[in-house]
Design a protein around this ligand. Sequence first.
Ligand SMILES: O=c1ccn([C@@H]2O[C@H](COP(=O)(O)OP(=O)(O)O[C@H]3O[C@H](CO)[C@@H](O)[C@H](O)[C@H]3O)[C@@H](O)[C@H]2O)c(=O)[nH]1
Length: 212
Amino acid sequence: MENVSKIWLGPLPQDSPYVKPFRLYYVQNGVEKNWDLLKVHDSVAIILYNTSRQKLVLVRQFRPAVYHGIISSAKGTFDEVDLKEFPPAIGVTLELCAGIVDKNKSWVEIAREEVVEECGYDVPVERIEEVMVYRSGVGSSGAKQTMYYCEVTDADKATGGGGVDDEIIEVVELSLEEAKRMIQQGAVNNSPPSCLMGLMWFFANRAPGAKA
Ligand SMILES: O=c1ccn([C@@H]2O[C@H](COP(=O)(O)OP(=O)(O)O[C@H]3O[C@H](CO)[C@@H](O)[C@H](O)[C@H]3O)[C@@H](O)[C@H]2O)c(=O)[nH]1
């Protein structure tokens, strides 16, 4: 699904709309210190549960940062990557539907848009429940993510999803057993902590038979 044929590194342009690096200075306990950090967008993530078929709805996509991370952990460098030795498929993740907060809209409205764009379910914001707020990348960005929960049915399906513009996103439905196995095994699918935590929250609070 990823269909990636060439990968290389370049310097970060100063006007990147996604990442801004800074050095932050501060005085703590009378000692001047500094911290190198990245400003990135805050984001939303949505636990989606299709009650018609008792399936959790997730997304698969090629993540350049994950591909880079896997290779630099293995080789210590990213120079001259051989796509045969490291096929792009190793950088594909299984995640919750998610999106960056880069529009002047309410967070829940951004969540609603991501659900329709990525997964094809068209639901009103009233059906999207806030679950929790946390900060990721505490050593690098401290970005905020709000997690939501939304139950959908087959009747809410408006399109096939798959993302907008040139995004390549595959919608994946997991049975409750498959989702449980994902939590037991950890991140075998390159899943981020937010996905594993969202599935745990679902099983603790909303799965059929969960204690309220
Ligand atoms: O350098 C970049 C970064 C992003 N994009 C595009 O920007 C959009 C961002 O995608 P979106 O679906 O809005 O957000 P996600 O990439 O899903 O990321 C969010 O959801 C993830 C899973 O929870 C978190 O890890 C991230 O921090 C959070 O931003 C996509 O079109 C990307 O193709 C680029 O083109 N270049």
